[in-house]
Structures are given as structure tokens and as C-alpha cells.
Design a protein around this ligand. Structure first.
Ligand SMILES: O=C(O)c1cc(C(=O)O)c2c(n1)C(=O)C(=O)c1cc(C(=O)O)[nH]c1-2
Length: 245
């Protein structure tokens, strides 16, 4: 029987999967290097909004699956952070509202975000795969699937560093979402990682945890594949279909 890693080794294995994080996707690289035009940036913001809308519903599914009150009373903060409310960590309006302000700062009107008219089918399928996974999985597996957040502060920091230089037309106040996430993500990840190290202890369980994290990396990467094809390659779905007279 193969031996399990120690918690420290296991954490290193999880962190090593950061090499597949979506910061390395060509679309994110273009974003960071200032190579996106306004339409491409707006396309990203409008599509990512579907992820933002889904996250608190995903966390509600995890809570539903979790019989452990101690876990639930910490995990529930994630829903408040995104939906807003009296005990949201930063602004009581919450992350979804902050993302709407980001969209408006980039030139996407609120109603265009909310009615999801820009959301590409590939993005929808990828995000839905995440919420469906968490709904159907054991809560510990749901926790593990959130661990891409280990790597998210890098993404938020990159945007805070590069956007003001490369995209000065975006009002800096619009970037508040990224600032908020820097602290929220650290707190979330400490909890999610501790639970994962605690619950995935055998060799088989640890292999399974790596598979789950890889699945979640696939979700994020696939979202950007769809966005890249539509907005960079100019090949949105059905772009070559002739409308019949
Ligand atoms: O902008 C990003 O690169 C990024 C990535 C991720 C992630 O890794 O899933 C999240 C976020 N942002 C984020 O803002 C966020 O609230 C969030 C919640 C979760 C989750 O899986 O529960 N991921 C992420």
C-alpha cells in the first residue's frame, strides 16, 4: 500500500498545482501585459460575473451538504462576503455589487451584467460544472475544490498593479473588488486548507484531493478558453453561421 504524505508534503503537492492556475492562461497574460482592448476587457468582466453570481450558491450547496455546525458557522461568511449583508467583512454591499461597480468602471452597464447577455455558453458550462460538482460531492470535497483560492491573491495583486498603468481609463475605485479579495481570500484559504489537510489523510484520499483541485483549475482555464476564442480570436459561437433569408 502506498504511504500517505505528511500534511506538510501534502500541502506542497496541492500548492505545486498552482502551475496550472489561470494566471498563466494567454488571456490573463494579455490582461496583465496591457494587451487587451476595451471590448476584450469588458467581455472578461461580463463573463466572469457569472462566476461571481454562482459562488454564493455554490457555498450554499456546500453548507447544505455539511452536517458540521463548526464548519458551517465559518463557511457561511463566504456567502455574506459575496451577497452583502450586515456581517460582510468589508463593504456591506458585498462582492457581487463590487463586481457590478467594476463592470460599470469598465463600461459594462449594470443591466448588461445582470441579464447575462454576454455570458458565453462555454463559460456557463464551466461554471455550472463547479456548482454541480459541489452539490453532488461530499462537503469535504467541496471544500477542497475551493482551494484554487490558494493562488488567487497573485491574480488580484497582478490586476491591482497593472491595470492603473495599462488601462488608465478605468476608474481606480472600480478595482475595490480585487482589494477586498486580498484579505478575504487569505482568510478563506486558511480555513479551506486546514480542513483539507485534516480530512484527506490516506494516500488514496490525497490523490483524490489533487484530482479535485485539478478539476477546479480546469474550470477556470476553460472559462478563459471560451473568452479567448470569442474576444481575441473573434470566433464566438456560430460566428460562421449564415443567417437564412
Ligand atoms: O479572480 C480570480 O482569479 C479569482 C479566482 C478564484 C478561484 O481561484 O476560484 C476566486 C476568485 N477570484 C474570487 O474572487 C472569489 O471570490 C472566489 C471564490 C472561490 C471559490 O472557489 O469558492 N474562488 C474564487
Amino acid at each position: 500500500m502506498a504511504t500517505a504524505w505528511t500534511p506538510t508534503e501534502f500541502e506542497q503537492q496541492l500548492r505545486a498545482l498552482g502551475r496550472y492556475y489561470h494566471v498563466h492562461h494567454p488571456f490573463q497574460v494579455m490582461m496583465y501585459e496591457g494587451k487587451l482592448n476595451a471590448e476584450q476587457l469588458r467581455g472578461w468582466v461580463a463573463n466572469r460575473f457569472y462566476y461571481q453570481l454562482t459562488i454564493p450558491r455554490k457555498d450554499a450547496a456546500l453548507l447544505f451538504n455539511c452536517p458540521d455546525r463548526e464548519v458551517r458557522r465559518i463557511w457561511i461568511q463566504r456567502i455574506l462576503d459575496h451577497d452583502g449583508g450586515p456581517s460582510a467583512a468589508h463593504i456591506s454591499d458585498g462582492g457581487i455589487e463590487a463586481w457590478i461597480r467594476l463592470g460599470e468602471a469598465c463600461g459594462v452597464p449594470r443591466e448588461e451584467l445582470l441579464d447575462q447577455r454576454h455570458v458565453l455558453p462555454g463559460v456557463r458550462f464551466a461554471v455550472d460544472a463547479y456548482i454541480n460538482f459541489v452539490r453532488d460531492a461530499a462537503w469535504q470535497e467541496g471544500v477542497c475544490s475551493s482551494l484554487t483560492e490558494l493562488f488567487a491573491p497573485t491574480a488580484h495583486k497582478q490586476r491591482l498593479q497593472s491595470w492603473p498603468d495599462h488601462y488608465p481609463w478605468i476608474d481606480n475605485a472600480g478595482l475595490q473588488y480585487f482589494r477586498n479579495r486580498l484579505t478575504e481570500a487569505h482568510r478563506d484559504v486558511d480555513h479551506g486548507l486546514a480542513l483539507t489537510l485534516q480530512h484527506f489523510t490516506s494516500y488514496e484520499q490525497q490523490q483524490r484531493a489533487l484530482q479535485i483541485l485539478k478539476f477546479k483549475l480546469d474550470v477556470l482555464w476553460s472559462m478563459l478558453d471560451a473568452i479567448y476564442l470569442a474576444y481575441v480570436q473573434q470566433m464566438p459561437p456560430y460566428f460562421n453561421v449564415k443567417e437564412s433569408a
